[in-house]
Design a protein around this ligand. Structure first.
Ligand code: ZN
Length: 205
């Protein structure tokens, strides 16, 4: 029996490997990532190991990191779309057939685990709940606090393809040509004010 427990795989890894992966990336066992690991494990299992699946995640917090750790989908490769809804939910889907599965943290189920529920709903101050207790709760809950539904993706979330590259005549930097004759920054949509002098890499402080 014992070997069965220790050999149990989550996201294709042993549980300890998963937790080490989270810790190495995040610096600590972030609870949102541990829940996310079980969500991805379930969604991945349903979509099928060998399907090239894209991801849509419905919050900017925690879950996108879990997707980047446990699937090939990253923000950088354009296989993951992030919706700023603050819903603890994600979908993995076959990008050609647009069919997949949505998994979310089900609050009604989470109520059976008061520590988890209270943490998620921010009903307790952070220091009132030791991380180990919360992590153990999540690890014992596994999928029992999650729900899953089969979905067809109706919005066309095409993978971001790089379009034509242009060189801005004002700042001389390369940018996405579709944005106009000069780059967004030189159109006045920039986010910074630059000081006059360029910093020389080799200059001494
Ligand atoms: Zn420019």
């Amino acid at each position: 029996m014992q070997t069965e427990i220790t050999e149990k795989k989550v996201c294709g890894l042993t549980l300890n490997e998963c937790l080490r992966t989270i810790e190495a990336f995040h610096g600590w066992k972030a609870p949102g990532l541990v829940i996310g690991m079980f969500m991805i494990d379930w969604a991945r299992e349903l979509v099928g190991e060998h399907v090239e699946a894209d991801a849509i995640v419905e919050t900017r917090h925690c879950l996108p990191d879990a997707i980047q750790l446990f699937t090939p989908c990253t923000v950088g490769n354009g296989w993951m779309k992030i919706l700023d809804w603050d819903k603890f939910a994600l979908s993995l889907y076959d990008r050609k057939k647009r069919h997949g599965n949505r998994v979310w943290l089900d609050l009604e189920k989470a109520e059976q685990f008061p520590d988890l529920y209270n943490w998620y709903m921010r009903l307790v101050p952070k220091n009132a709940l030791p991380l180990e207790v919360l992590t153990d709760t999540i690890l014992s809950a596994e999928r029992s606090v999650l729900s899953c539904e089969s979905v067809y993706i109706t919005q066309s979330y095409e993978r971001d393809k790089k379009g034509k590259t242009a060189v801005c005549p004002i700042c001389k930097e390369a940018y996405a040509g579709k944005l106009g004759k000069v780059c967004a920054s030189c159109q006045g949509k920039g986010y910074y004010t630059a000081f006059n002098s360029h910093i020389n890499e080799r200059s001494e402080q």
